[in-house]
Design a protein around this ligand. Structure first.
Ligand SMILES: [Zn+2]
Ligand SMILES: [Zn+2]
Length: 504
């Protein structure tokens, strides 16, 4: 596990001025000192203020780990895998500047989550979508945010691209260390942009070739859903939630091979990979979307939306100087706003924060009220839940949800005629093994002991004998914003679903 004893990759003298870190998941591991130029910046240090699982620690108290330790862990696993591939298959890197590729991949591993907002997926999925009315496909995502933050980080360090598209990290030993910022961004994006672009810049052309597709299957792999980002967080989240899994990511890191230009695994790792996808499913079902976590998530989104007019939270994503300070601490800032005073950012010449009749004064008080409710555990109540496997029903509901029609349909079944749209929240979700309704194992690339240089694919049309699905479940939840409406909402939602699926 200690990287100092790893064999030196062939043909390259890598600067081994190392810093050793201790970690609950990977024990002690080392990173070259020069990577800390990236780590010791406000952009990267901000990750200390983002809990990996958002508000999950309100339900699983020890799941309070941050994106900081996860990002370092991903950097470490990237480094371990790249060095192993280079030590065992140096020919796969023919024609590439290995040191620049290695440095770029490790930086991508470290920086892949730089753009996450407060409370992680809740921020881009739920808050930004509702706060900003952007045209379809134009929405801000944390992936876009990561690229913006990386650009700002590189500017902060005063680094500039040379004629070959490279930047250089300062190193005390062995001269400076090159990396390609273009490659870093392409790796974070799983190579999608590089493949889609017609006019790839000359300095990146060599990475668009199918022979080096493996470069985009290490940190973030959209082809198979197996990458070191997931290796780290499946293990780290399970451990910190106090759950168990037998799946072992280090066996995968230590046995992967480049076959026909892609990352593949020995066929004997089938059970281990199966366990990995099952771990994913269990994390989503039992931890990430726990019914109480979701109630708190909805309350946080409501609080952020209430505070957005005054604090301009949603516009900070476009301003790195402000975004660098936007962390989970925004909730404390809202909670403290009455006691500490606050300043309205809306630009109104008459300060809203002094005028108790102003819209923003009132909405800040409502936001504060929601944070107080979370802390007193006066939470939104799960009024109705239905788990189902009918894909057509899920599609119909999704279509109706887009037009906000679900609420209307439920209101029509309200026999009390007292319920209002704002009294409840409808949440529709699908939970799967990583590839929607399909078995994710059929996308995995394997190789056999006898023919280690030939890709081995599993049959795509017959179910695999070890598990035959279903690989996805759909879930509808209706939450009551106030306890006194729980019963009426339950009755209306139940009657509504019954009318959709007679006989159920
Ligand atoms: Zn990550
Ligand atoms: Zn204002």
């Amino acid at each position: 596990m200690v990287s100092k004893s790893e064999p030196l990759p062939p043909g390259v003298s890598i600067n081994h001025e190392l810093r050793t870190l201790n970690d609950s998941i990977h024990n002690d591991y080392a990173l070259e000192e020069y990577f800390f130029q990236i780590v010791d910046t406000p952009h990267f240090q901000r990750l200390r203020g983002l809990k990996q699982l958002g508000i999950t620690s309100y339900v699983f108290p020890s799941a309070a780990h941050t994106r900081f330790e996860h990002s370092l862990g991903v950097g470490h696993l990237t480094r371990t895998l790249v060095d192993r591939l280079w030590a065992t298959q140096p020919g796969a890197f023919a024609g590439l500047d290995f040191l620049a590729v290695r440095t770029s991949l490790i930086i991508a591993g470290l920086c892949h989550d730089l753009g996450h907002g407060p409370f992680s997926h809740l921020f881009d999925g739920n808050f930004m979508l509702r706060a900003v009315d952007a045209p379809k496909g134009d929405h801000w995502t944390h992936e876009k945010g990561s690229v913006d933050m990386l650009d700002d980080l590189l500017r902060y360090l005063g680094l500039q691209e040379d004629a070959d598209g490279l930047m250089w990290l300062k190193s005390k030993q062995n001269g400076d260390i090159p990396f390609s910022p273009g490659l870093v961004k392409a790796v974070i994006d799983s190579g999608k942009g590089l493949r889609a672009q017609a006019d790839v810049p000359a300095s990146l052309k060599r990475y668009a070739s199918p022979e080096v597709r493996f470069l985009f299957q290490i940190v973030a792999n959209d082809d198979t859903g197996i990458d070191v980002d997931r290796f780290d967080y499946f293990r780290r989240d399970t451990y910190n939630a106090g759950a168990q899994t037998a799946y072992n990511p280090m066996r995968l890191v230590n046995s992967a091979r480049i076959v026909e230009g892609q990352i593949a695994f020995p066929e004997k790792e089938f059970p281990n990979l199966r366990l990995m996808f099952q771990t994913r499913f269990n994390l989503f079902k039992h931890v990430y979307t726990h019914r109480v976590s979701e109630a708190i998530n909805l309350m946080v989104v409501d609080a952020l939306l209430k505070a957005d007019g005054a604090l301009r939270i949603s516009s900070m994503v476009h301003n790195p100087a402000m975004y660098v300070h936007l962390t989970d601490g925004i909730l404390d800032q809202i909670a403290a706003s009455a006691a500490h005073g606050w300043r309205c950012m809306c630009g109104d010449p008459e300060p809203c924060d002094k005028n108790s009749e102003s819209e923003h004064f009132k909405s800040m008080a409502q936001a504060r009220g929601l944070v107080e409710r979370i802390r007193k555990r006066d939470l939104y109540q799960l009024a109705f839940e239905k788990v189902f496997y009918n894909r057509t029903l899920y599609r119909d509901l999704t279509r109706a949800a887009k037009e906000d029609g679900l609420k209307n349909q439920i209101l029509e079944k309200d026999s009390t005629e007292k319920l209002r749209r704002d009294d409840f929240h409808v949440d529709l979700a699908s939970i799967h093994h990583g590839d929607k309704e399909n078995d994710p194992m059929v996308k995995v690339l394997f190789f056999s002991k006898d023919k280690p240089d030939k890709l081995l694919l599993l049959p795509r049309d017959t179910p695999l004998p070890d598990l035959d699905g279903p690989f996805i479940e759909y879930r509808l939840r209706v939450y009551a914003r106030n306890r006194e409406h729980t019963k009426d909402i339950h009755a209306a939602a139940k009657a509504w679903l019954k009318s959709l699926t007679p006989g159920n």
